[in-house]
Design a protein around this ligand. Sequence first.
Ligand SMILES: O=C[C@H](O)[C@H](O)[C@H](O)COP(=O)(O)O
Length: 222
Amino acid sequence: MTQDELKQAVAQAAADYVAEHAPAGAIIGVGTGSTANFFIDALAALKDRYQGAVASSEATRKRLESHGIAVLDLNDVDCIPIYVDGADEVDAGLNMIKGGGGALTREKIVAAVATTFVCIADGSKLVDTMGKFPLPVEVIPMARAHVARELAKLGGTPVLREGFVTDNGNLILDVRGLAITDPKGLEAQINQIVGVVTNGLFALRPANVLLLGTETGVRRIG
Ligand SMILES: O=C[C@H](O)[C@H](O)[C@H](O)COP(=O)(O)O
């Protein structure tokens, strides 16, 4: 199977999960990226059953609207039973690195409101220890150099994502070389640096369910 076929399979499995677990009239949280895009396409078949969706990026909002799915402002929403999103890396504890597409902050906000986070990923994303994928850190522009120096003190090598501005008008530093032995501790530590909006570690709020696309079918963990 191609990687896209694996992504499509987990996206459909996530739509089936939503159909089974989210009550009619609910609002569904929707992530960002190529795997989430396949989920949006699968969710379109269920759109009459739900009130609408909350989007974790402008790209996702546009794709949802192109399918005629209503997109709500998170500030008008009390409860999101299920949030479905991809990941750049995920470990057996369902901790993740996210933000390869730069949407980490809005993703973290929607995930914070959601009751259940369903991570969808092809098998290549499951790792023993996270950190091969450079950790994205969203930074207020005027703090870029300060944050880069602080990240270097933690053992990382930050590189500015050239020509990229987040949906929030900020910059991304992609950080290689961090030892992620304590994902929760490192997530909190990086978020303490003045000028950091958030970082792409999702360990303080990990996924609840992982749907992993493999050659032998979709494997569910959690
Ligand atoms: O900012 C982007 C998101 O965190 C994505 O969920 C992540 O990068 C995975 O994307 P993809 O499904 O395209 O591999």
